[in-house]
Design a protein around this ligand. Sequence first.
Ligand code: B12
Ligand code: SF4
Length: 449
Amino acid sequence: MRIGFLAMSGIRAHDPELLKLGLTLPGFVDRSRVIASLPSLGLLYLAAVTPPGHFLQYFEAEADGSEPAEVYVCDLVAISTFSAQVQEAYAIADRLRAAGVKVAMGGLHVSVLPHEAAVHADYVVVGEGENTWPAVVRAAIEDSPPRVFRAIDFPEVEVARLPVPRYDLLEGRPYNRFTIQTSRGCPWRCEFCASTVMLQRPYRKRPVELVGRDIDSVLKLRADPFFEFADDNTFVDKAWGKKLCRELIPRKISWFTETDISVADDAELLDLMQQAGCRQVLIGLESPDVAPLEGIELRGNFKATRCRDYGASIRRIQSMGITVNGCFVLGLDGQSVDAFEQVRDFAADVGLYDVQITVQTPFPGTPLYDRLAKTGRLLHREAWKYCTLFDVGYEPTHMTADELRKGMRWLTAELYSERATHARRRKFFDEARASRQSRRCRSPGDATG
Ligand code: B12
Ligand code: SF4
């Protein structure tokens, strides 16, 4: 069979005024351009576990969400879904099926709404795909009737046995950033989180040698690539994190990852991360004020406990030359319109190198979605296209939906203007330089001349 893996890339947002701002503000545009150029790791994993004897091709949907014409030569097409683009993905699936191409769909969105997807796809997969996909391929070969496959009915995916994703299928495409997974899941369980935790598996770390093996396979294909770890929370386990960094150091690569603020607690880990090529950590701070953080995690109260030392922790990380991309969620219960200024001031005071602001988003399948649905606070039901992290889909508690929309636009303009971005970055460079000098002065080598 000819099997196509169709990724939907790019960034989605619908608020026209926010979009207008986004197109003109340098800080915002830079980050959008960077993150829009990532391949789909989930599909590359599926390609890697496809039984031998098939011809495999990787495709990207066009910028307007339509499918490339070449995809119609396939016998089976695998589509990966996020909520924001699922309607576009369904439309593609409908067109492909009408042309006689079999379609399989999986990913975060259809894993929580398989019956919605079953209207558009021959085969729908719920959960992690590695052990399920070979059965889907068999079903397509045998022309079996449409059905939903559930990962839970197959052996568990062991992260220690994951194959190398088929990065080679990206040959000839202009990617300069590659996603690698070092771990899956996160021990916290934030009410709004729609990441891998949705796939219902606990937090799992991969053997560090296998992470090294995957990186080497990219290095063979591309000179000087940048790596993004597609993890939810990489450095929860500090001892394992140090092993990972030691594995990476000899490779002299540059990378970015998502983790929590506790990396700041371990000076040795920070030093190893810096030596291993960590350029940026993205940290979900969510709010500079503690009150809205109380109870946002269903397990523990980690962020509320850490909030008071966010500033000092960020300075410790950035003093090592590792930039922090601090993420804030606007519209949390209890947050008033004061939150917008608080975020702006916090980011400026601390000298956050990058800032990301998003609107709290009720993704389907999250405890947040269920709570807002039960209390009648959702503005639209099943309008998944608004699940972009930038569009408001519910009534907040201490401001109106419109105040939230306006506040997002105001804060976007404040944070991403050339002046504000430059001032924050200047602060980062000055503090990192001062810290480097003071470390040098304190080192025995310097003391003895
Ligand atoms: C890399 C990434 C991107 C890349 C994606 C590149 C691509 N072409 O796929 C880019 C930068 C383009 C991107 C864009 C967006 N993203 Co994004 N992104 C991520 C990130 C950081 C990692 C995803 C990843 O690689 N996971 C690892 C792989 C291995 O897991 P997986 O994709 O789930 O795949 C497994 C299973 O789901 C399943 N599977 C997946 N697909 C299929 C298909 C078939 C047929 C089968 C059988 C199985 C299967 O098998 C795979 C292996 O087990 C996550 C956050 C995170 N830490 O997880 C956010 C995340 C996925 N993104 C998110 C969002 C909201 C967006 C945007 C809407 C943002 C925006 N406003 O534009 C856009 C979506 C636009 C679009 N085109 O769809 C949300 C999605 C929530 C949701 N439930 O929908 C997440 C979880 C972040 C968050 N804070 O909530 N993103
Ligand atoms: S800390 Fe981040 S990845 Fe972990 S559950 Fe919360 S939002 Fe999700």
